[in-house]
Structures are given as structure tokens and as C-alpha cells.
Design a protein around this ligand. Sequence first.
Ligand SMILES: [Zn+2]
Length: 105
Amino acid sequence: MSNPLLAAYRYTTNNWTMIQESRVCGCCNCMRTFPPDEIVGWTGLDFSQVDDPVAVAKQTAMCPHCGSEAVLGDKSGYPIDASFLGRMNEAWFQRTLIRPSKPRA
Ligand SMILES: [Zn+2]
């Protein structure tokens, strides 16, 4: 994975541990940044697993603003700022990375 945008996206799932260790988080969908303690929604856990630390650590953060499972923390090593989130948004939500749009003349 040489493309940092491709590599970064895997941190948006099963990222409970990374988010806890981050100081700032950002959403690739709505491109807002927020502290980790603003995240109140997590997916991937049901009531039978709440005491299982392995299952807890594999939860996926939901953005507190738009609800997307597209949250990155700065612990991932990526810059959580408008520029990087904008590039992630373009690559993954506008699919320019997967299906490059042809420039129109
Ligand atoms: Zn969001």
C-alpha cells in the first residue's frame, strides 16, 4: 500500500484503541474534526460482549456529526486536518481514487 489514502482508510474500522489514544479525530465524510470524547456512537459490539476487552477494542467509531463510520484519529500517524480529510473524502466518497474521473476539456 503505497498510497497513503488507501492505507489510512483501514484505520476507520475497528479503531477503538487508536481513537482512545488520539488527541484529535476527524471524519472523512463530513470533514469535521473533534476530540475523541465527543464520539458517543460505536458499532460492532452487542450486549453479550460488553465485558470482552478484545471485542471492545474492535469497535468502530461513528462520527458524532454525521454518523459515518469514517473516523480517523491522529494516533494513526496521519494529519487530521482539513486538507487531509478533504483528500480522503475525495478519494473515498467521491471515488476519485477508485474510478478516476476524466478531466473535461
Ligand atoms: Zn462526519
